[in-house]
Design a protein around this ligand. Structure first.
Ligand SMILES: C[S@@+](CC[C@H](N)C(=O)[O-])C[C@H]1O[C@@H](n2cnc3c(N)ncnc32)[C@H](O)[C@@H]1O
Length: 342
């Protein structure tokens, strides 16, 4: 490099032993280059930045009863953790169609799975809402698939990236859209919502016990970012202790995220068409993370058993054991249910 050539900008050093900010965690976001760092992060019970640890993997595979040659759908591709394992079970001649509505993460996941050796014939990534699963299947000339899997909610990549605006722990724009190209941001949604509608959302989406007073405090206000909203929530419940405040912030963020992404609308539509998308004897397995999701899945599966569309479902809901909970705290609220089509 001669004197005229400008030096490339230096990466800013982070202070302290462990990087705290997402932007500083460049080693965790490069597992191919910094495998040892990533392994250490996982062993410490954390999810490496920019990735997602799949939950209840063995239990999901067991529930779906996968065999080589099967064709099926992963309705929530995410990082592709479950998808990679599913592909391992249905290979060498099976086919997985992976859906996700996130245009930021989907191409990265597609590349990751291609790098594992799965070409278009074995794996297809489709940017679609899982509510449109019947159309995705019909467009491919398939009448029914051998399995359907869904792992509901957001991925760790979405939560951890401050620019996506999902987390109350990091400063970012108040967005929360899984597909940032569609719909309205959380900030716009909150600014336009009435206190009555916000109260219903807080109640229905996260069983918030102080839905009424929080709705009065937050509805119709303009928040510039995630931290400003978190402060306003804490302020509205300032008589609570620290733990309760944290839980309230978590519940309010969850309720707004569900509303902005119309998550229950999509889940209800998905559950309605699910039986028609399965072949006779095929299975579906769904992982849920809170009561609003689990209630819907349980009721749909039970109704299917009563009507005879489904012949079997798991009696006891499947949850993560203590070791998985320790290694991946996000698994603590997971519930897995499966059904078999008659
Ligand atoms: C919990 S993550 C899935 C993680 C994945 N199983 C893995 O092992 O990496 C949920 C994913 O579903 C996607 N998603 C959420 N709602 C969706 C919907 N209605 N249709 C399609 N994808 C959706 C999110 O964008 C996110 O990537």
């Amino acid at each position: 490099m001669n004197e005229e050539t400008p030096r490339p900008p230096r990466r800013k050093r982070y202070s302290g032993k462990n990087p705290r900010r997402f932007e500083d965690k460049y080693k965790e976001r490069n597992p191919e280059r910094y495998g040892e760092t990533v392994a250490k992060v996982i062993a410490s019970g954390k999810t490496p930045a920019g990735s997602h640890i799949p939950i209840l993997v063995d239990e999901c595979l067991e529930s779906l009863q996968l065999t080589p040659g099967m064709t099926g759908i992963d309705g929530t591709l995410g990082y592709g953790g479950h998808a990679a394992k599913i592909l391992g079970c249905i290979s060498p001649d099976g086919k997985l169609i992976g859906l996700d509505l996130d245009p930021v993460e989907l191409p990265k996941t597609e590349n990751r799975l291609r790098a594992l050796g799965y070409d278009e014939e074995r794996f297809e990534a489709v940017r679609s809402n899982y509510a449109g699963i019947a159309k995705v299947i019909a467009q491919r000339g398939i009448t029914g698939v051998d399995f359907i899997f869904a792992d509901l909610g957001c991925s760790s990549m979405q939560f951890d990236d401050p620019s996506r605006g999902f987390s109350f722990k990091t400063s970012g724009p108040l967005d929360m859209r899984m597909n940032p190209n569609r719909g309205v941001s959380a900030a716009d949604w909150l600014e336009k919502i009435s206190a009555e509608k916000l109260e219903i959302a807080l109640h229905d989406h996260s069983d918030e016990p102080r839905a009424e007073s929080l709705a009065t405090a937050l509805a119709g206000r303009k928040f510039s970012g995630t931290i400003q909203l978190a402060h306003a929530i804490r302020d509205a419940v300032r008589e609570s202790d620290e733990d309760e405040m944290q839980l309230t912030v978590r519940r309010v963020f969850q309720a707004i995220r569900i509303a902005v992404n119309e998550e229950f609308v999509a889940l209800d539509a998905f559950l309605r068409v699910l039986p028609d998308c399965l072949k006779s004897g095929a299975r579906a397995a769904i992982l849920t993370f809170h009561s609003g999701e689990d209630r819907r899945v349980k009721q749909a599966f039970k109704a299917g058993i009563r009507s005879g569309i489904f012949s079997e479902m798991n009696e006891q809901v499947i949850t993560a054991g203590p070791e998985e909970r320790r290694l991946n705290p996000r698994s603590s609220s997971a519930k897995l249910r499966w059904v078999k089509k008659s």
